[in-house]
Design a binder for this molecule. Structure first.
Ligand code: UDP
Ligand code: MG
Length: 314
């Protein structure tokens, strides 16, 4: 019987100078452990010579499938493209910068063979991240858990998924994806494997604060509609407050002090004005999401694709 095929799904964006070396490191580990593999590399519309490097890799090494997206769609979309084009009995999603240690791949596969459907890499140490970034991540995961009920603390996109988990994930049709949340949502037998985030040795992180902020909002709105209900709660609170104030105003009027209350009026204007805008913003976020989903545009577009002559390693 043929050994089971493992697909590595790797998004790549502007990593031209070092992608080849990284992939050779990964391949070496796979060969050493006699793993029958396929590596699906997705060029997320890089502006440097990444695509050239990916075609060269497909010419030189067996088991490489390189896919070029028509533009930069973002890591989430690149992951989708990779997973949808992977043929393995299990798929391992990882970054191309070796921050997800490839030495752990054999261990993940071992756990999968022992019967775990999803092996998740959980960051036991966030590596050399700045304090602000760590704090941001903490706020995000706390909020996410409160609102959605899924605990993603320490979660990463370093994951092995059995074919049935990948197929389950593929039935989720939303355009705007949040892989970490979605791969938790599908359930199955899960194993949390701690790992230490390696330092990025080559190139720089591709995440800007703006991109991270967008991911934050998109993830929360994809997994919880609680913010919308908070708007109602806010309305309720203001209604109670206004009852009290109405009584006070009437009392002032009746007792002949009607000119007082200038401060109250200004404060009320400010509070009501800002909370209305906040509420509209929250509603707008969901509206935008619905709009994006209704348009039904594809998550990504493929421009070209090359495969090694031997499409799988043997
Ligand atoms: N990436 C991508 N598209 C993007 C940004 C990043 O495909 O628009 C890839 C990138 O090449 C890498 C992975 O996503 O393989 C993680 O990116 P990065 O290392 O920059 O993020 P960090 O490790 O800082 O979270
Ligand atoms: Mg990285």
């Amino acid at each position: 019987m043929m050994p089971q095929l493992i697909s590595l799904v790797i998004p790549v964006y502007n990593e031209g100078p070092h992608i080849e070396a990284s992939m050779r490191t990964v391949q070496k580990i796979l060969l050493e452990h006699d793993i029958r593999y396929q590596i699906v590399l997705v060029d997320d519309g890089s502006r440097d010579d990444t695509w050239l490097a990916l075609t060269r890799l497909a010419e030189q090494l067996p088991g490489i499938k390189s896919i070029k997206l028509s533009r930069n769609f973002g890591k989430e979309a690149a992951l989708c493209a990779g997973l949808e084009n992977a043929d393995g009995d299990a798929c391992i999603v990882m970054d191309c910068d070796l921050q997800h240690p490839p030495e752990l791949i054999p261990q993940m596969i071992q756990l999968w063979r022992e019967g775990w459907d999803v092996v998740e890499g959980v960051k036991s140490d966030r590596g050399q991240e700045s304090g602000v970034y760590k704090f941001g991540a903490k706020v995000f995961y706390r909020t996410f858990q409160k609102l959605s009920g899924f605990n993603l603390r320490g979660a990463s996109d370093f994951k092995l998924m059995d074919r049935k988990a990948v197929d389950a994930w593929r039935t989720m049709k939303e355009r705007d994806t949040f892989f970490r949340g979605m791969s938790a949502w599908v359930g199955f037998k899960r194993y949390a494997m701690p790992f230490v985030v390696a330092q990025r040795t080559e190139g720089a992180s591709k995440w800007s604060p703006v991109k991270l902020g967008r991911l934050f909002i998109s993830a929360i709105s994809a997994f919880s509609s609680l913010p919308l209900q908070l708007v109602t709660l806010l309305g309720g609170l203001f209604f109670l407050g206004s009852l009290v104030l109405a009584l006070q105003t009437l009392y002032m009027k009746l007792s002949g002090h009607a000119f007082d209350g200038f401060t109250t009026v200004i404060l009320l204007q400010l509070i009501i004005g800002s909370s209305l805008m906040l509420s509209l913003g929250i509603i707008g976020t969901y509206l935008a999401r619905i709009y994006d989903e209704v348009k039904g545009r594809p998550r990504y577009l493929i421009s070209t694709q090359v495969e090694s002559l031997h499409t799988e390693s043997t």
